[in-house]
Design a protein around this ligand. Structure first.
Ligand code: ATP
Ligand code: MG
Length: 420
């Protein structure tokens, strides 16, 4: 038997209804906040990710699915969506008439990480980006929108962790201070951190190895090194969040795994997921559009880990599975074509109706109706055809009554139709 690839998964009915619910809730909310959906390809030239995410990041160093296509061009399955959305924004000059654009997208991402709970090699993200504004209010708005989304989905154990990464003006100063600290702790760090500390010491703050986390506990804080402009930006984000009653904690060790971030950076964390506590990550990336060959246009955004979000929403226990409203038990040759036409018309009218076509006994059809969790069963056999009435059984209360053929669809529509 052929099995799926390690780190990949199927989303089966039973779970897919929850995924649809999350997608629809998010799309509706984002639309109300003025975001438009953008759909981007799942493959891009490798160069796009190498340049934007940064050569010495985990993603580019060891996690990308990269391969030459038949002509030898290197292509990569996207590990995240921001780079592609930027590429699209630049390529189609979407900034031309009005540079302020708000986009969202939902889809699969690919990273060759070690598979474990909450960590897959194909996972899904819900991604939102705002181009064309350098304002701290936009950062605060994104965090607020995330909070509202989680609340609408019934997730309340959620906290915004925020930090600033400074800008090209003030980050070098912090980098030096951090590097000096790391140099004193070198013996305690993992091999990866020792190797990357000179090229990118910020990454050491992000390392998940417990010994590294411990060694970095007393590391200097970037917040003590911000230039005036970055400091004002960060203070404005905080005040704006307070104004919207959005709780946050300042997390001086929070850096993003990607190179392109500047200033505000944030994560939404929850206690409900164990080790993989980050459900969403984001922040400002004012330099990326320019870096990718576009004009100097600031931007900010986030990505929600869809799989992790679905896991928390599932913990709330609500079910989104829809059961049939009606199961039509057709008994005998003559009943079959009648029932067949009824279920077609009922389904068309939004009443989920099922039957089977195998001519089984009443007992086995009732069993199947039970298994399908149908709300009602409509029984029709030779006797009912003679009397021109069918029997309608309520599967919850077990009450039965007769429904005349005449006006049957209207009667069922009125009795079983959606209340809303
Ligand atoms: P982590 O610190 O958990 O590795 P990250 O910093 O690599 O996350 P981002 O690149 O910021 O994550 O992606 C945003 C979100 O996508 C994360 O907060 C997480 O919820 C989700 N995510 C990232 N990698 C995976 C994965 N391999 N499997 C499932 N979800 C993931
Ligand atoms: Mg990661």
């Amino acid at each position: 038997m052929i099995q799926l690839i390690r780190g990949f998964k199927d989303v089966l009915p039973g779970e897919s209804e929850l995924w649809q619910h999350i997608e629809q809730t998010a799309a509706a909310l984002f639309t109300d906040f003025g975001f438009k959906e953008i759909r981007i390809p799942i493959m891009e030239r490798t160069e796009l990710f190498a340049r934007s995410i940064g050569e010495d990041t985990d993603i580019v160093e060891k996690e990308m699915y990269t391969f030459p296509d038949r002509k030898g061009d290197l292509i990569t399955l996207r590990p995240e969506a921001t780079a592609s959305i930027c590429r699209s924004y630049i390529q189609h000059k979407l900034y031309a008439a009005d540079p302020v654009k708000k986009y969202f997208t939902i889809g699969p991402m690919f990273r060759r990480e070690r598979p474990q709970k909450g960590r897959y090699r194909q996972f899904y993200q819900l991604d939102a980006e705002v181009f064309g504004s350098a304002s701290p209010y936009v950062d605060a708005q994104l965090i607020y929108m995330l909070k509202i989304l989680f609340h609408r989905l019934g997730v309340t154990d959620i906290m915004a962790h925020i930090n600033s990464l400074g800008c090209p003006e003030c980050r070098p100063d912090f980098r030096d201070a951090l590097l000096a600290y790391i140099t004193g702790k070198e013996a305690e760090l993992c091999a990866d951190c020792r190797r990357r500390k000179d090229k990118n010491p910020l990454r050491v703050l992000d390392c998940k190895v417990p010994a590294c986390r411990e060694a970095m506990a007393a590391a200097p804080s970037i917040l003590d090194h911000l230039c005036d402009a970055c400091h004002v930006h960060f203070e404005t984000v905080k005040t704006a969040l307070e104004n919207l009653q959005t709780p946050f904690t300042i997390d001086k060790r929070l850096v993003r795994g990607l190179d392109y971030y500047t200033r505000t950076t944030f994560e939404m964390q929850t206690g409900s997921l164990g080790a993989q506590s980050a459900v969403a990550g984001g922040g400002r990336y004012d330099g990326l559009v320019k870096l990718l060959g576009g004009p100097e246009i600031p931007a900010t955004g986030f990505a929600i880990g869809f799989d992790r979000l679905a896991e928390i929403v599932a913990q709330a226990g609500e079910t989104y599975v829809v059961d049939p409203d009606l199961y039509v038990a057709a008994l005998g040759e003559a009943a079959l074509p009648l029932a067949f036409a009824w279920i077609a018309k009922l389904s068309e009218a939004g009443i989920r109706a099922e039957m089977d076509f195998e001519g089984r006994s009443l007992k086995s059809q009732m069993k199947r109706a039970d298994r399908l969790r149908a709300g009602h069963v409509l029984i029709v056999g030779d006797d009912e055809i003679k009397k021109k009435t069918a029997i309608l059984r309520n599967m919850m209360s077990k009450a039965q009554d007769e429904v005349p053929f005449e006006g049957l669809l209207e009667t069922l529509g009125a009795r079983l139709g959606k209340k809303e």
